[in-house]
Design a binder for this molecule. Sequence first.
Ligand SMILES: NC(=O)c1ccc[n+]([C@@H]2O[C@H](COP(=O)([O-])OP(=O)(O)OC[C@H]3O[C@@H](n4cnc5c(N)ncnc54)[C@H](OP(=O)(O)O)[C@@H]3O)[C@@H](O)[C@H]2O)c1
Length: 260
Amino acid sequence: MTQQTMQGKTLFISGGTRGIGKAIVYEFASKGCDVAFTYASSADVANEIIADIESKFGVKSRAYKLNILEPETYKDVYKLFDEDFEKLDFFISNAIISGRAVVGGFAPFMRLKPKGLGNIYTATVEAFVVGAQEAVKRMEKAGGGSIISMSSTGNLVYTPNYAGHGTNKAAVETMVRYAAAELGEKNIRVNAVSGGPIDTDALKAFPNYEEVKAEVVRRSPLSRMGEATDLSGACSFLCSDAASWLTGQTIVIDGGTTFQ
Ligand SMILES: NC(=O)c1ccc[n+]([C@@H]2O[C@H](COP(=O)([O-])OP(=O)(O)OC[C@H]3O[C@@H](n4cnc5c(N)ncnc54)[C@H](OP(=O)(O)O)[C@@H]3O)[C@@H](O)[C@H]2O)c1
């Protein structure tokens, strides 16, 4: 994994307050990258993270409130970003909805409902599209950049109740390939990082969390569940020069679980 410095670079990531997003914020900041991130409700946590990474790593960090169920509002958030940062190099679409917003989307097949499925599509695919479009406008000025969508192996492996998320992760991986095909001429690379089950709040919210965890440990040749930090190295690699000819791909990080 590359250890090159990211000093002078800026990352914008959605959902930086918890789980995988928070691990990515720390990974990039530890390499000297300035970090802008969004939160939905955890304003206090966001402020704590800003204070912590600014003092630990000497980077600049700011956080903005965003609701990915209203993707067009990304445009307002980017205007705030422009007041704080001069340029953008990396964008990661990471935030995900849970709780009431996914009722009818996070369910067995016979209980799926259009509203819940639609919410997951909005939060996963539409939010990626608008967030990335706004990122591209800024990256063009910087001469290029790297865009990543977080995905999950729930579109490759049957996971109970996960039909809505799994379907939309497959969709966003396809959207990533289309974006990559059209943005290469701007020197912008677009990829997805797909994780197997990772021990985060999102997964702990699964009603069968303990069962999922035991099954993952059983399936993985590495005999453990994924941690949030297991995905952040691939993100920093994809934003480094070491990945300069890597675009339109999905990197699967699953502890070997998908093949078992
Ligand atoms: N957990 C897994 O097993 C796993 C595996 C592979 C891939 N992934 C993917 O990795 C990404 C992050 O997952 P995670 O498990 O780290 O999630 P998480 O722990 O639930 O964190 C979700 C993040 O999204 C924000 N968020 C929640 N609702 C939002 C909304 N309506 N609008 C905008 N932001 C919102 C949260 O902000 P607040 O703190 O302010 O609420 C938080 O920062 C997702 O794309 C997920 O599909 C997860």
